[in-house]
Design a protein around this ligand. Structure first.
Ligand code: URA
Ligand code: SF4
Length: 207
């Protein structure tokens, strides 16, 4: 059974959690990735955005949402009227999972398994307990499954405000698509409009 649990210090603040997460060996994903990419942003942000896992650039830089998906997300947040200074950004899984045909070839993102998401869950639970956001924006299916269970379907609930208990706490959530999915969409402009529209629902829920 993979789990981050023994690596999560009790009573820690966010900087201490971040430091501890750097040494997490709770599942095999730490072996091939460069480093743990812990959450970042406003430690008391009113909104927490939860993505899937760090991408190639996040893995190199050690910060979430600094690559192409993050740039698109920043633009969509601004357009929806969500102040990035009010946001805490994190991922369901804190290590980059990828395949690589050969060393020095491009590293291609691979979706984490349910076991890996479950293993990494204690970090997300600890972040939620400390940041105490008023609203969680769920970015895509992986984050949704990690937070709401394996029956989560992003198409069924996107752009709506859900209220449910997560890790023993009542939470409000607005699910939407993942910014990487927007970048891959055939109708990129339409997909982007959909993301902004869902984020506007989140902005209204925060108002
Ligand atoms: N995609 C994510 O889900 N998270 C990141 O940090 C970057 C890309
Ligand atoms: Fe630990 Fe999560 Fe990294 Fe697995 S992915 S080693 S559980 S931080």
């Amino acid at each position: 059974q993979y789990t981050a649990e023994p690596f999560v210090p009790g009573g820690a603040d966010l900087p201490a959690l971040r430091e501890a997460a750097a040494g997490c060996r709770g599942c095999p994903l730490h072996r091939d990735a460069t480093q743990t990419v812990f959450g970042a942003g406003n430690p008391h942000g009113r909104v927490m955005l939860v993505g899937e896992q760090p991408g190639d650039q996040e893995d190199r830089k050690g910060r979430p949402f600094v690559g192409p998906a993050g740039k698109l997300l920043d633009r969509a947040l601004a357009e929806a009227g969500i102040d990035p200074a009010e946001a805490y950004l994190t991922n369901a899984v804190k290590h980059f999972k990828f395949t690589q045909a050969e060393p020095r070839k491009r590293r291609i993102h691979k979706a984490p398994t349910l076991r890996e998401m479950t293993a990494c869950g204690p970090w997300l639970a600890a972040e939620l307990a400390l940041v105490e956001p008023e609203l969680i924006v769920v970015l895509g299916a992986t984050a949704g499954k990690a937070l709401l269970g394996s029956s989560f379907r992003v198409t069924e609930v996107r752009g709506t405000v859900l209220e449910t208990e997560i890790h023993g706490r009542p939470e409000r959530l607005v699910p939407t698509v993942h910014p990487s999915a927007v970048l891959r969409a055939d109708d990129r402009e339409g997909a982007y409009r959909g993301l902004v529209s869902d984020l506007k629902t989140a902005a209204q829920a925060l108002a």
